[in-house]
Ligand binder design. Structure first.
Ligand SMILES: *[C@@H]1O[C@H](CO)[C@@H](O)[C@H](O)[C@H]1NC(C)=O
Ligand SMILES: *[C@@H]1O[C@H](CO)[C@@H](O)[C@H](O)[C@H]1NC(C)=O
Ligand SMILES: *[C@@H]1O[C@H](CO)[C@@H](O)[C@H](O)[C@H]1NC(C)=O
Ligand SMILES: *[C@@H]1O[C@H](CO)[C@@H](O)[C@H](O)[C@H]1NC(C)=O
Ligand SMILES: *[C@@H]1O[C@H](CO)[C@@H](O)[C@H](O)[C@H]1NC(C)=O
Ligand SMILES: *[C@@H]1O[C@H](CO)[C@@H](O)[C@H](O)[C@H]1NC(C)=O
Ligand SMILES: *[C@@H]1O[C@H](CO)[C@@H](O)[C@H](O)[C@H]1NC(C)=O
Ligand SMILES: *[C@@H]1O[C@H](CO)[C@@H](O)[C@H](O)[C@H]1NC(C)=O
Ligand SMILES: *[C@@H]1O[C@H](CO)[C@@H](O)[C@H](O)[C@H]1NC(C)=O
Ligand SMILES: *[C@@H]1O[C@H](CO)[C@@H](O)[C@H](O)[C@H]1NC(C)=O
Ligand SMILES: *[C@@H]1O[C@H](CO)[C@@H](O)[C@H](O)[C@H]1NC(C)=O
Length: 868
């Protein structure tokens, strides 16, 4: 449509007036018709409570003006046939609407306005000569404030195909006369206060597709005419008081896509005929009174994505045939009387997002196969009769937000792999028979996870992690012997230092072994002796090397710290710049050959690199010197006195990845296979630090500058943990956490560094290794792809020849994983544990690639499907 700017006459308006004048001159007859329509519409506008509506400024009356160019108006042969005033902020009633002056109206859309009062009863009963809207095929009045009943005369609009009265305050019955509208394709009456029965003749014409009447007060059975309505696509009846025997009222609908009968009073059994509605994607019959078994034929529905039969009185077993429902996203069978065991076959539902089988009488064990449902978001198996151990496979879910296994008879220990459920918000294991101690690994759960472990047989101390910081006694009561610093819980015997209770366990074990041998004193002494020896040797390896001398010298080192320090000063001629091989964020790096012929890298910290917290620093250094991982640069020690502070590392021949990628020849030499190995190595290192160290160590500054390569091009991550420990003299906020361009976006507002920040940086790094340079603008293109814009070759290092097909697949999967690492919501990023798992499997399987974007898309589609 054309909207003409008013006020400043432009060439366009002048031109238009000229055109109109020409029409006036040539066709005086038609102008008078349209002038009459203009007058009628203008008069109607004048009756609005807001007649100066800015959207309708084009609605002005001049001599012989035509309405055809007005906002929202379309004409045929100079007469108004379409009126689209949806969402136009009109505050008025329909009483004054000039139906009789607009005889050619076919389409009226006045949805989403402030129309109040009743629908004028004369619609459809106006004498023919005055124009009785007989041509009207589309009447849209949804989302207004209309009250009263629907005029019976609407049944006279025999051309009507679309009737939308959604979301008003209409009441009374839906007129039976509407059953006479044989051309009706869509009748959308939801969210009103309609009562009485549905029109008996609905779908007489055999073209009805969409029938939406949810959230009214309709009663009685479904019209018999609908049993035969094979044209149905979408039928939404939920939240009414409809009744009747389900097995008698419905037929077979080959086109049906969406059927929602929830929250009504239907009874009887589910018919096997539902299994013949081959296009069904959603079937919801929750909160009715249906009984009997679930027909196995439902397993025949290849498109079925949502099945909600919750809150009924269904009995029997969950059909094994459900394993064939491979499109299934949401399966809700909770609050029934289902028995038997959970079929193994449900493990085939790899798209599943929500599985709720709670409040039934299911027995047996939890099938391990459920671990295949990698996209699960909510898993609720509570209030059943499930027994045996919790399968560790349940620890594999990337996106799981709710895990509720409460009120069952589960035994054994809480799987420590649950610590890997990085998206978890609710973990409810209460009211089972779980025993043993709470695994330390649960410390890795997000701090915001609500954990309920009450009423089990757990014992030992509550681990120190964030997730347990705000615990109340309600969440842990009713156990055998849990202890900790929580009001209402007994304190632990000795303070809960990290790892203490693991050691407790070992000692208890030792005593149990020794008791029968107590007679043999010799043996006992021998044991104690070797134990002490072991303890001493262990201490020499770290703590005892730390000596604090008068000159302020101290060191933590795997070697003799003071000797090493002297050797380094000598070898570098007191840090002469000729020995300097690089500058890092926190200091200069020197290559030093020790008298033992060993070569080390020495990082001399800038004077400005103060320790933020000396004790924390020393603890962290101590922890770091104990780490041995092939992909982490070995830290030999730290020495400091008033003049110099140095970190001593393993030396790596090929220097930093950034340096290699920046050099043409070196980069060419770094072929695809080497690059894939580098990416894997970094992932392994991060996974180790995040998931196998207690407490976890966050790198905070993953970038190509911090990845060093050895002679075999194996990646070694350097500078673990130092970003946190050292203050920089820079006011640049990035100094707080890592290198600009690699910092996770949430850091800007949370100022908090988590493992997920490393995951983000890893995503950038992986792309950089493949592209050969910082991916820059491509990052946003990868996160928000526009179809056809981004090609694989744009993401590959052009200095290398195109990869073989096999490598190409691996690269694509790495790019996909990287994309998952870059999603904005840190919770939706995979953990490094999952990333390295995916990478180590070679080409990741499709379900591993089930990353967030896909899931969000599926969830959105599902939500769209539920809009009425
Ligand atoms: C428009 O007018 C022409 C000539 O009078 C007529 O043939 C045609 O059917 C009309 N079109 C419509 C849609 O009424
Ligand atoms: C009606 O108008 C609205 C808002 O101007 C527009 O979004 C919509 O596409 C129009 N519908 C038709 C069928 O022209
Ligand atoms: C519509 O008009 C009525 C009566 O003047 C007024 O109470 C109401 O607030 C108006 N609504 C809007 C959205 O302007
Ligand atoms: C249908 O229209 C006819 C005239 O066209 C009218 O006599 C009759 O009353 C209308 N029916 C209803 C239910 O208004
Ligand atoms: C439906 O139309 C038939 C004629 O087709 C008429 O006899 C009957 O009265 C109409 N029913 C209603 C309820 O208007
Ligand atoms: C079902 O519909 C067909 C045509 O669509 C019709 O011939 C048949 O009589 C209808 N059966 C019932 C029971 O309404
Ligand atoms: C009718 O149903 C189909 C299939 O479910 C859906 O795609 C379409 O948007 C619906 N149309 C209306 C007007 O509700
Ligand atoms: C099922 O839907 C597809 C498209 O979604 C359509 O092509 C097909 O005709 C439908 N099948 C039946 C039996 O209606
Ligand atoms: C529902 O209808 C079926 C088939 O007519 C019948 O066998 C069954 O007994 C009915 N159920 C109830 C509860 O009336
Ligand atoms: C603990 O509770 C306090 C206050 O309710 C809240 O600010 C803090 O974020 C919570 N800590 C965790 C780890 O949930
Ligand atoms: C126990 O917890 C309180 C509050 O959380 C804390 O102030 C106190 O230091 C803790 N005591 C021990 C021994 O950890």
């Amino acid at each position: 449509m054309i909207s003409v700017p008013i006020g400043k006459p432009s060439f366009f308006t002048v031109h238009l007036v000229f055109v109109l004048l020409t029409i006036v001159f040539c066709f005086p007859g038609s102008v008078s018709a349209s002038a009459e329509e203009a007058a009628a519409l203008f008069k109607w506008k004048s009756s609005f409570l807001n007649p100066d509506n800015p959207l309708l400024t084009s609605w002005i009356l001049q001599q012989n003006s035509s309405p055809c160019s007005w906002y929202g108006v379309s004409c045929i042969n100079g007469s108004v046939n379409r009126l689209n005033l949806s969402d136009s902020n009109i505050n008025s009633t329909l009483y004054n609407f000039p139906f009789s002056s607009l005889p050619n109206l076919e389409y009226v859309d006045m949805a989403i306005n402030e129309f109040s009062g009743r629908i004028p009863p004369q619609i459809g009963s106006i004498p023919k000569e005055l124009g009785n809207l007989m041509l009207l095929d589309d009447l849209e009045l949804s989302n207004n404030l209309l009250i009263g009943s629907v005029p019976v005369a609407l049944g006279n609009l025999s051309n009507l195909k679309y009737l939308y009265l959604l979301h008003n305050q209409l009441s009374g019955p839906i007129p039976q006369e509407l059953g006479n509208l044989t051309k009706l394709v869509a009748m959308i009456m939801a969210e009103n206060q309609f009562s009485g029965q549905l029109p008996e003749g609905l779908c007489q014409g055999g073209v009805l597709k969409n029938l939406t009447v949810n959230e009214n007060m309709l009663t009685g059975p479904i019209p018999r005419s609908l049993k035969n309505c094979s044209s149905l696509l979408r039928t939404i009846f939920y939240r009414n008081q409809l009744t009747g025997n389900l097995s008698e009222m419905f037929g077979v609908y080959p086109n049906l896509d969406y059927m929602d009968l929830s929250n009504n009073n239907f009874y009887g059994e589910l018919s096997a005929d539902w299994g013949r509605c081959q296009n069904l994607s959603t079937l919801k019959i929750a909160e009715n009174n249906i009984s009997g078994p679930i027909p196995p034929e439902l397993g025949n529905l290849p498109q079925l994505g949502v099945l909600d039969l919750s809150s009924n009185r269904l009995t029997g077993e969950i059909p094994k045939e459900f394993g064939d429902l491979t499109s299934m996203l949401n399966l809700f069978l909770q609050e029934n009387q289902l028995s038997g065991s959970i079929p193994q076959e449900l493990g085939s539902l790899t798209q599943l997002l929500n599985l709720d089988l709670s409040a039934n009488s299911l027995n047996g064990s939890i099938p391990r196969t459920l671990g295949n449902c990698q996209k699960l978001f909510q898993l609720n198996l509570s209030s059943n009769l499930l027994s045996q151990n919790i399968p560790i496979e349940l620890g594999k879910f990337i996106q799981l937000s709710t895990l509720d296994l409460s009120h069952n008879f589960l035994v054994g220990e809480i799987p420590s792999v649950f610590g890997g459920l990085q998206s978890l918000e609710i973990l409810n294991l209460s009211h089972n028979n779980l025993s043993g101690s709470i695994p330390d690994d649960l410390d890795a759960l997000p701090g915001s996870t609500h954990v309920d472990l009450s009423f089990n047989d757990l014992e030992g101390p509550i681990p120190p992690g964030n997730v347990f910081k705000n615990l109340t006694v309600e969440q842990v009561k009713g156990n055998k012997g849990l202890c900790g610093n929580i009001t209402g819980l007994q304190p632990c015997q000795s303070p809960p230092v990290e790892g203490t209770h693991k050691r407790h366990k070992v000692r208890r074990l030792v005593l149990i072994i020794l008791l029968p041998l107590l007679g043999s004193t010799l043996l006992l002494c021998a044991f104690v002796g070797s134990f002490l020896l072991y303890e001493r040797r262990k201490r020499t390896a770290n703590a005892e090397d730390m000596d604090v001398d008068g000159d302020g010298f101290f060191s933590i080192s795997v070697f003799d710290g003071r000797a090493m320090y002297r050797q380094i000063l000598k070898a570098t001629e007191v840090f002469n710049s000729t020995f300097c091989v690089g500058e890092g964020g926190y200091g200069s790096v020197y290559k030093v050959k020790l008298p033992s012929a060993e070569v080390v890298a020495v990082k001399r910290l800038h004077h400005s690199s103060e320790m933020t917290d000396r004790n924390g620093f020393l603890n962290e250094i101590r922890a770091l010197t104990n780490i041995r991982h092939r992909n982490i640069v070995k830290l030999y020690g730290f020495c400091s006195n008033s003049k110099h502070s140095i970190l001593v590392y393993e030396y790596l021949e090929r220097g930093s990845l950034a340096n290699i990628l920046s050099k043409e020849a070196a980069a060419r030499n770094l072929d695809w296979q080497k690059r894939v190995n580098i990416i894997k190595g970094v992932a392994f290192a991060l996974s180790y630090m995040h998931h196998d160290c207690s407490p976890p160590i966050v790198h905070r500054d993953i970038s190509s500058n911090n990845i060093l390569l050895d002679s075999d091009y194996e990646a070694h991550v350097s500078d673990f943990g130092t970003a946190k420990l050292l203050k920089q003299d820079s006011s640049n906020w990035s100094a707080l956490a890592g290198t600009y361009g690699y910092i996770a976006p949430e850091f800007a507002y949370t100022m908090e560094v988590t493992e997920k920040c490393d995951v983000y940086s890893f995503g950038i790094l992986a792309l950089e290794v493949i592209k050969g340079s910082y991916p820059g603008d491509y990052i946003s293109q990868i996160i928000y792809p526009t179809p056809g814009n981004l090609q694989l070759k744009d993401l590959l290092d052009q200095r290398l020849s195109h990869p073989s097909r096999e490598i190409e697949e691996v690269l694509i999967s790495i790019i996909k994983i990287a994309k998952g690492c870059l999603v904005a919501n840190p919770k939706s990023r995979p953990t490094m544990y999952i990333v390295s798992d995916m990478l180590s499997m070679g080409a990741p399987s499709p379900q591993h690639l089930a990353q967030t974007e896909d899931m969000i898309k599926i969830v959105e589609e599902d939500l769209e499907g539920q809009e009425h």
